[in-house]
Design a protein around this ligand. Structure first.
Ligand code: MN
Length: 733
């Protein structure tokens, strides 16, 4: 590693002036003085005055052509953490923007990434959040880490290895993801130096020893390429260079070979004027040297996740060796080197910081971490995202989609459109049907198969790999739960107001719900219903707040009287009321994914345990359970359908109501006989009714409380066995 010159304050100011001619240099001097004053007496591990470190960090940021606030933050980044200076001091002297950046860097600095797994995960999550808030925080932190890595030799061996490992695990991948390749490669080389010192020294010796030979080879190849390109009127800047140690090391590890070929460590870069020239140059290269099959990559048509663009190819060079060549435009070259930092453009007297929009990766992580409760799971996937080799797959129209390694059909479906994802039941990959969990391979052509009745479930979270798909699945599940709570809340309120002789609809339209919403920090009637549905507010609460006190009090006695009268009105009404009140229906039925919901049995079919059943979300009435065979149920649209089943655990305690009709000869003592028969089966009779027909027959109707179809059938058989009974049967109405 070349020993580099320690920058001075003047060098720093001049560097900023090169790209920001009207910068307020006094501010830079002021920040330098502030830092110098506060770090006075402190030294680095090397024995150097501390101020050298923040100056180097600021210089690196200026080298990246970042804005003034970033440079000032570089100078000030350690003052709050390591000196008596406070956040307030920074704010007063340098304003909100710089103060916030310094605060962000300070927070990041307090995180260590080598403690317990969980803490590490939590820290990492915070780092992502900081990054999303202002990406400059991470850029300052990267510059800080780079300088610390450059001066690692002054620390104890164990500490060095720890810091280097952390850098290799976290910071180098982040630099890579942000596309800042020069920081990434320098960090990686420094990590190699401290983690595998023996490998590093061996490599640097060999590279140094073969230097002359290598440079001759580079010059020769550059010259040949230049001539060929000139023949085709392509203006190009051609460079060859030794590869970075870390990438040679990786290659050695991968191939299990020792380093001995000079050619293997050289890469060439051709920078041309525009995209057309890139492909022209590629054609010239391939016409000159035989390309190695399978090594051509078009990152211009398919940019990497960090926006990197280039053509890559490997050819058989003049001495029969493999030569790697990258072809790109000047602009691509700038992005390849500086990544996200290339997006801070100083134009017309101000900085255009569109960088945040360009970091799709960060926003993806952000979207995801919002919904994530388990920090370890978060870390795992962030790690996958950091190190992922992407796969490229195609839509049937030939459009390319880029997804992280391990992505499945679900990820692809959500990458196309949320609705496609929500309705996805599988896919055709290269014409063959595959399940949802199929892991995509580069080059696959995918056609998603959808179904109108499909909807995301919690299981999908295990199959999805991308943050986008996971976030969308979670959002769907949440919305579904919320919708159910809203319907339930509306139902409960509707009922409460009806008892007070009011219509919820009319109250809502008249804006009379606003009172309660204001006092409960709820913004829309819908939110109010959700609050009631989730049980965060009681209906009583709402009624009291909406209706005037006098009215509310006046109607109390009325309410009770009415309720009583209503209860007497009819048997069925009474049954269903009491069922709802005692939560009998709720005990009897389980609704998929929904615990706390008002359940009632449809009056049209009165299902009993043992009947096969379906549930429907009913606006204003919770879930209504019908017999599966009920003709009315078949008419209800499937969107409202929910999975319901009998609660087997409560089998014995549940009583549901059924009606039995008995046709018999009209003989005396008939009703008593039948009642006795029913009671002997252990079944209660809720009501009974007998009428006679013209042909001297009797029709008796019993409403009974049974535990299920089994008991009901027993009663019917017992009745039919009685002398004089012609038929006994269950009836639906
Ligand atoms: Mn620092």
């Amino acid at each position: 590693m070349a020993k580099h010159e320690t920058p001075t304050l003047d060098m720093l100011c001049n560097q900023v002036l090169t790209y920001y001619p009207d910068v307020n240099v006094e501010l830079i001097r002021k920040a330098y003085d502030f830092a110098d004053r506060h770090h006075k007496g402190q030294t680095r591990a090397s024995g150097d005055p501390y101020i050298i470190h923040p100056t180097e960090v600021a210089y690196t940021l200026a080298d990246m052509k970042l804005d003034l606030a970033s440079v000032l933050t570089g100078l000030l980044h350690d003052t709050v953490e390591d000196t008596p200076a406070t956040q307030e001091d920074i704010k007063r002297e340098f304003g909100d923007e710089v103060a916030e950046l310094v605060e962000g860097v300070t927070k990041l600095s307090k995180m260590t990434f080598r403690t317990s797994e969980e803490k590490q995960a939590e820290n990492f999550r915070k780092m992502i959040v900081a990054m999303a808030k202002d990406i400059r925080v991470i850029l300052v932190k990267l510059a800080d880490r780079l300088n610390n890595m450059r001066t690692l030799e002054h620390l104890a061996d164990l500490k060095r290895k720890q810091i280097a490992q952390e850098t290799l695990d976290i910071y180098a991948p982040i630099a890579n993801r942000l596309g800042i390749s020069w920081i990434k490669t320098e960090l990686e080389d420094l990590c190699l130096r401290w983690i595998h010192p023996d490998v590093y020294s061996k490599l640097s010796q060999r590279v140094a020893k073969t230097r002359g030979e290598r440079e001759k080879f580079i010059d020769e190849v550059c010259e040949i390429i230049r001539e060929k390109l000139t023949d085709y009127d392509i203006k190009a800047d051609i460079q060859g260079r030794a590869k970075h140690f870390h990438s040679i090391f990786k290659k050695m590890e991968r191939r299990g070979v020792d380093y001995d070929q000079i050619y293997d460590v050289v890469a060439f870069r051709i920078v041309v004027e525009n995209i057309t020239e890139c492909y022209k140059a590629l054609g010239v290269i391939h016409a000159t040297y035989k390309p190695v099959p399978g090594r051509f990559k078009d990152y211009i048509a398919m940019p990497k996740a960090n926006n990197y663009q280039s053509l890559h190819t490997t050819v058989i060079g003049p001495y029969g060796e493999r030569v790697e060549i990258q072809i790109r435009t000047q602009e691509m070259n700038q992005v390849a080197e500086s990544g996200i930092a290339a997006h801070w453009q100083y134009k017309e007297g101000r900085f255009h910081t569109r960088a945040r929009e360009n970091v799709a990766w960060v926003s993806r992580l952000m979207e995801w971490q919002k919904d994530l409760s388990d920090p370890n799971e978060f870390l795992e996937t962030v790690k996958i995202d950091l190190f992922a080799e992407d796969v490229f797959v195609f839509t049937p129209k030939g459009e390319v989609k880029q997804l992280p390694y391990g992505a499945t059909c679900i990820d692809f479906a959500f990458a196309i459109h949320t609705e496609v994802g929500n309705k996805c039941i599988g896919a055709k990959v290269n014409g063959k049907i595959v399940p949802l969990k199929y892991k995509l391979k580069s080059g696959d052509t995918l056609e998603i198969i959808t179904s109108a009745t499909q909807s995301p479930s919690k299981d999908w979270l295990k199959i999805a790999k991308t943050s986008r798909a996971k976030a969308k699945i979670r959002a769907f599940i949440k919305k579904q739960e919320r919708d159910r709570a809203r319907d339930l809340g509306r139902e409960i309120l509707d009922k409460s107001f009806r008892r007070m002789e009011h219509s919820l609809n009319k109250l809502e339209k008249a804006g009379r719900l606003n009172n309660v919403m204001d006092s409960a920090a709820i913004r829309t009637p819908e939110e109010l219903y959700v609050a009631v549905g989730y049980g965060r507010m009681t209906p009583d609460d709402v009624v009291r707040r909406v209706l005037p006190k006098e009215e509310w009090e006046a109607k109390q006695p009325l309410l009770h009287k009415e309720e009583k009268a209503e209860e007497d009105k009819s048997f069925l009404k009474k049954v269903f009321r009491s069922a709802a009140r005692k939560s009998e229906a709720r005990n009897a039925i389980q609704v998929a994914n929904l615990d706390d919901v008002l359940i009632r049995f449809a009056k049209c079919c009165s299902p009993v345990p043992g009947d096969s059943i379906v549930g429907f979300i009913t606006r204003g009435r919770g879930v209504t359970v019908h017999a599966a065979s009920c003709p009315k149920a078949l008419d209800i649209e499937t969107e409202r359908r929910v999975d319901v089943r009998w609660n087997i655990l409560n089998k014995e305690s549940v009583r549901t109501h059924a009606r039995i009709r008995v046709l018999s000869n009209d003989t005396p003592g008939l009703l008593a006989m039948m009642s006795q028969t029913i009671a002997s089966c252990g079944v209660n009779i809720a009501s009974a009714n007998v009428r006679t027909t013209k042909d001297r027959k009797a029709v008796a109707t019993f409403d009974v409380e049974v535990t299920g179809t089994e008991q009901l059938n027993k009663v019917i058989s017992a009745l039919e066995a009685k002398k004089g009974v012609i038929t006994a049967q269950r009836t639906r109405s």
